[in-house]
Design a protein around this ligand. Structure first.
Ligand SMILES: [Zn+2]
Length: 279
């Protein structure tokens, strides 16, 4: 992909750059430069559609005395995010077994509880200690005295494009704001400083200084507040602030790695098909 605007790039070679701005177990923010909006969007879609995670896919209800229907409980359990090991499991369609219930492609959970009390995700006992709910305290259903709930659940790998329960989290991006204050026009009235919601403008020697422009929300309040038209706000469509927020199934950097890998695999597949056509 070309470095600027999607062309082949006259100066030769790639200029794609990733600068990590924040990273912890739940979130990742990075600056993605040297790509076009189509590439940034492809990456966003790969994150939410193509990264395999574990989720409960099949439930057998043995006893349910609760006030909630079997189907509602099944749906609630399906939506519980599960910690997903990077290796060790294959997608059911890629597994050699016939029913998608072998240890290579599935994890079994059992749940047995009697009221009074609230059944929580921690009550789901897994056949693999590496595949467990990311949080033990998510309430599933409330049981009155004497009411019982007993079920078996099977979790499998899946992709976000099949069902949202397999989404590893959310991905968003925004264009890099470009905020210029013309010092010849600016008379230092500070009207823009007052109105800016993220407070990134400050007075400096009778002029205006811009601090962290990545916090700009592009609301254009500063532009409108300026009587002397000293402020111009536009965006750079080759630079993006990209955010990945994990639901806990995988770490954000693992999500990014898997998403990029899926794009790579798709390109390889495409090349393979084209090779056949050319032969
Ligand atoms: Zn299998």
């Amino acid at each position: 992909m070309g470095p600027r605007g999607g062309g082949e790039g006259g100066d030769g070679g790639f200029e794609v750059d990733i600068e990590i701005r924040a990273l912890n177990d739940g979130e990742m923010e990075f600056k993605l430069s040297g790509v076009n909006p189509a590439f940034a969007n492809a990456l966003r879609r790969a994150v939410i559609r193509e990264v395999p995670t574990m989720a409960v896919d099949e439930i057998e209800v043995l006893v349910n005395d609760s006030a909630i229907h079997d189907e509602i409980i099944a749906h609630r359990i399906g939506m519980v995010p599960l910690k997903t090991p990077l290796r060790g499991y294959s997608l059911p369609e890629e597994c050699n077994c016939e029913d998608g219930k072998c240890p290579k492609c599935s994890v079994t959970f059992s749940l047995k509880k009697e009221g009074p009390g609230v059944v929580v995700t921690g009550d789901l006992k897994s056949s693999d200690e590496n595949v467990v709910p990311v949080d033990d305290s998510i309430p599933l259903v409330k049981l009155e005295k004497g009411q019982k709930l007993e079920l078996l659940a099977i979790a499998r790998l899946g992709l976000g494009r099949m069902h949202a329960k397999w989404q590893p989290g959310v991905a968003t991006y925004k264009y890099m704001p470009v905020l210029r204050v013309d010092p010849r026009r600016c008379d230092g009235c500070n009207a823009c400083v007052e109105v800016c919601p993220p407070k990134i403008l400050s007075p400096s020697n009778g002029k205006i200084k811009v601090s962290d422009v990545t916090k700009c929300t592009m609301c254009r309040m500063c532009e409108r507040a300026c009587r002397r038209e000293a402020i111009t706000l536009r965006y750079d469509d080759t630079e993006f602030i990209f955010r990945i927020e994990s639901n806990g199934a995988l770490k954000p950097e693992q999500i990014l790695q898997k998403a990029i890998k899926s794009l790579e695999d798709k390109c390889k597949e495409f090349i393979k098909l084209l090779d056949k056509l050319v032969e």
